[in-house]
Ligand binder design. Structure first.
Ligand SMILES: [Zn+2]
Length: 153
């Protein structure tokens, strides 16, 4: 997967989350301000994703993709086609804090997931930063059907 990295403004939070689902590194929080976005774009070589025209005009020295639609599915399509992104590493990154997930043994999550999940799933991963547990199950597959992206599993 390409080393492309993004920073998203508060108006495209759903897009940011979906890009993380696909495995992309997206800096985002619902409290992030314009100055912080510019700073992250500069210091970490991130591409700014924004629907804020005022922020777009401040992006003269950093790469910026102004997002057109307010529909998250169209936003995903716009980002993927703008950068020619076709390879994804789905569910490899924490949706909450953007940290790459670590695959873990099923036994190690026994006390941290609902019994039904433990019994029916085999692939688990945890976030080293916020300790959330993820599993790649039917929920994940159903989620991916909602977006206009073809995933080879
Ligand atoms: Zn996390």
């Amino acid at each position: 997967m390409a080393d492309i990295k993004f920073v998203a403004d508060v108006m495209v939070g759903k897009l940011a989350r979906w890009l993380r689902v696909l495995g992309f590194d997206v800096a985002y929080s619902n409290a992030i301000g314009d100055d912080e976005i510019i700073r992250l774009a500069t210091s970490e070589n991130r591409i700014v994703l924004t629907r804020d025209r005022r922020l777009t005009t401040r992006c003269r020295d950093v790469p910026c993709l102004p997002i057109d639609s307010d529909d998250y599915k169209e936003q995903i399509s716009q980002v993927l086609s703008a950068f020619g992104l076709k390879e994804f590493n789905v569910f490899s990154r924490c949706l909450e804090c953007n940290t790459p997930l670590q695959q873990v043994d099923k036994d190690s999550v026994f006390e941290r997931v609902p019994p039904f999940i433990y019994l029916t799933q085999d692939r688990f991963a945890t976030c080293p930063t916020c300790s959330r547990v993820y599993w790649h199950g039917t929920h994940a597959v159903e989620m991916l059907k909602r977006i206009p992206v073809r995933i080879e599993d």
